[in-house]
Write a protein that binds this ligand. Sequence first.
Ligand SMILES: Nc1ncnc2c1ncn2[C@@H]1O[C@H](COP(=O)(O)OP(=O)(O)OP(=O)(O)O)[C@@H](O)[C@H]1O
Ligand SMILES: [Mg+2]
Length: 233
Amino acid sequence: MGGMLVSIRDLTLRLPSGGRTLSVLDGVSLDVDAGEAVAVAGPSGSGKSTLLGLVAGLDAPTSGTIVVAGVEVTRLGEAALARFRREMLGYVFQSYHLIPTLTAAENVAVPFDLAGTAGATARTADLLASVGLGDRGHHYPVQLSGGEQQRVAVARAMALDPPLLLADEPTGNLDSATGGAIIDLLFALNRDRGTTLLLVTHDEALAERADRVVSLRDGRIAGERRRAGALAP
Ligand SMILES: Nc1ncnc2c1ncn2[C@@H]1O[C@H](COP(=O)(O)OP(=O)(O)OP(=O)(O)O)[C@@H](O)[C@H]1O
Ligand SMILES: [Mg+2]
């Protein structure tokens, strides 16, 4: 733990919108320490998903910088970006994004296949067991409940043990009990492996577990609160 993992400075994204310019993000600055769990809250359309997407290099900002583990994401070319994502990031989406034609085990193994990692079968089995799905590896996504699919998605995101896990409303499609299991899983990764979490959420139960909650409004940071008992930097 310790040290800054993510440093976002003056991040601005403007998009043309019906003859006008829409400021989706407007001068956002945010630092996240290694090992920290930060939740991003805010109303619909405030720019939360856009912020996560920029951190992952899925989109390029109009101005500003994002540095992750010393790498300026905003300056990477396609090949370097692909490598950055593979080595540094796990990404979990609200709607799971599993590949429907692959079994649960094959979905979890995708990052190993892309990275050309040996011994993927045993590690895939370990990952599935760690999310409580050790006996479901042969099932296709359609044969799994929403919560089970999301557990597969978390296992896949953790396959290469990334230092940073980005999650965009990971419990947004789940009932509170099922969402609770996903929350436990994410914070177990944070606690046991020191995985840094940057989580977008409307879910109070999820936000409550974070060290810090940053609120966005109209593309700007509107406020920040720190969990009682969380260590100050
Ligand atoms: N590619 C795009 N083209 C046009 N507008 C966009 C684009 N991407 C995002 N926006 C706009 O930027 C704003 C922020 O979108 P974003 O998806 O980041 O919001 P959000 O905070 O994640 O909302 P929600 O809680 O509904 O998921 C919205 O008004 C959205 O319509
Ligand atoms: Mg969103």
